[in-house]
Design a protein around this ligand. Structure first.
Ligand SMILES: NC(=O)C1=CN([C@@H]2O[C@H](COP(=O)(O)OP(=O)(O)OC[C@H]3O[C@@H](n4cnc5c(N)ncnc54)[C@H](OP(=O)(O)O)[C@@H]3O)[C@@H](O)[C@H]2O)C=CC1
Ligand SMILES: O=C1OC[C@@H](O)[C@H](O)[C@H]1O
Length: 393
């Protein structure tokens, strides 16, 4: 009962956060709040940036750009955004925009992040980083050269629940890691056949969309990059009405097993549309990561959206089992940083702004994290025979 009430309270506040006055930076040198501009009137914009920004004193969502002015205006009106632009370049040309949130389809991340950086903007770039590791590397190289902050929005990494699970593993409580399993599988019916996730030219595929979280997560849990892709299996997406000769390039489902140094193995599973049970009962989403060690294991249920609900279960072989839940970061004195209702996106925004303002973020993902995740996504695609998504460089 208490946990149901907690869930309702967290959900309500996550989507109806207190709107705080916009202030100058909290650093000693006062500056104006940061003005964010969104590329694309995208579905992800409100949960990932617009709503979290309401409770961030240093963030104003100031502009949105879409391919048509009408779409940008409708979105701007709905979400209380001051400026609406037709075409993405116009938003980049606006000197008032400090930060660009790139919410375009994956295949456009590279082009528009590069353009935004060239225009002198910091960038919060949606996941997965780009279509290939070469594109990712080029984006981060340019950000470094320009002294700008670039972050790929692997939002799940910023939630304290993940940090707690990792701390348990790193403490040695479960012994040396032997095996990791990360799964993110959704039921059929969430995405139409014309969704960007099923479009090869737009960087589609289950591994790109959902699998990037699982790939990133196994690397984080293992504290290492993989050594090789041992095996893959996939179910391709085939649009309706295509000819017999159609060669599918997009995975609806992907499974891969990878080896890591020190005899560690990891399996990832992702699915954009798990078939209904008996053809009509939708399956429950599968969102979990399990790390098995020599003497025990840790399992995080719902590692991607832990604010809604999560559990961290620790089982020691032949011994006790316990469950933890962690919704806020605490410093050494026990002072909370964050709120139980902060979604992963709000934690991510906090870290992004801290970095940009020269404060130490609680969590950060750098160039090497992003490049390594893309590299191994490409290697899985190569092994599967589907091949990498088309690179622009
Ligand atoms: N962090 C997270 O939890 C999530 C992240 N994502 C990521 O965010 C990005 C966007 O996803 P999502 O919001 O679901 O997607 P949407 O389809 O809702 O938005 C994509 C945006 O890209 C623009 N766009 C530009 N060119 C094209 C094109 N050729 N075809 C289709 N759209 C185009 C669209 O049009 P216009 O310019 O006209 O507005 C639209 O606003 C992806 O990279 C995805 O992986 C998605 C969901 C969750
Ligand atoms: O968090 C997510 O959940 C649903 C996905 O399709 C989306 O792209 C992803 O980022």
């Amino acid at each position: 009962m208490a946990s149901a009430i907690g869930l309702i309270q967290r959900l309500y506040k996550a989507f109806n956060p207190p709107v705080v006055p916009k202030a100058a930076s909290t650093t000693s040198a006062p500056t104006s709040p940061l003005k964010f501009g969104i590329l694309g009137a995208a579905t992800i914009g409100p949960p990932a940036l617009i709503i979290p920004a309401r409770s961030h004193p240093e963030v104003i969502v100031y502009a949105v750009a879409a391919r048509t002015l009408e779409k940008a205006q409708v979105y701007a009106k709905k979400w209380g955004i001051e400026k609406a632009y037709e075409g993405y370049q116009k938003l980049l040309d606006d000197p008032q925009v400090d930060v660009v949130y790139n919410a375009l389809p994956n295949a456009l991340h590279y082009e528009w992040t590069m353009k935004a950086l060239k225009a002198g903007k910091h960038v919060l770039n949606e996941k997965p980083s780009a279509d290939t590791a070469a594109e990712t590397r080029a984006m981060f190289d340019l950000a470094e050269e320009k002294g700008l902050v670039l972050l790929d929005a692997y939002h799940y990494r910023f939630h304290p629940a993940l940090k707690r699970a990792k701390a348990i593993i790193d403490s040695g409580e479960i012994g040396a890691i032997q095996n990791i399993t990360a799964e993110l599988m959704l039921p059929k019916g969430l995405f139409g056949d014309d969704d960007i996730r099923y479009d090869y030219e737009l960087g589609g595929g289950a591994l790109m969309d959902l699998g990037c979280y699982t790939m990133s997560c196994i690397q984080y849990m293992a504290s290492s990059d993989p050594s090789s892709v041992l095996s893959t299996s996939h179910v391709a997406f085939t649009p309706k009405g295509v000819s017999e000769n159609y060669v599918p390039k997009v995975d609806r489902r992907m499974e891969a097993t990878l080896s890591f140094p020190k005899d560690v193995t990891a399996t990832i599973r992702c699915d954009l549309a798990m078939p209904h049970t008996f053809g009509f009962i939708p399956k429950i989403p599968v969102v979990r990561v399990k790390v098995e060690g020599l003497v025990g294991n840790v399992e995080v249920f719902n590692f991607v959206s832990p604010t809604l609900y999560h559990s961290i279960t620790v089982k020691i072989k032949g011994g006790a089992s316990r469950t933890e839940k962690v919704y806020v970061n605490k410093d050494e004195e026990g002072k909370a940083k964050g709120e139980a209702w902060w979604m992963t996106y709000r934690y991510q925004l906090e870290a992004f702004v801290d970095k940009l303002r020269g404060r130490e973020p609680e969590t950060w993902l750098d160039k090497e994290d992003s490049v390594a995740t893309m590299e191994w996504i490409e290697k899985v695609y190569e092994k599967s025979g589907l091949g990498s998504r088309p690179s622009k460089i």
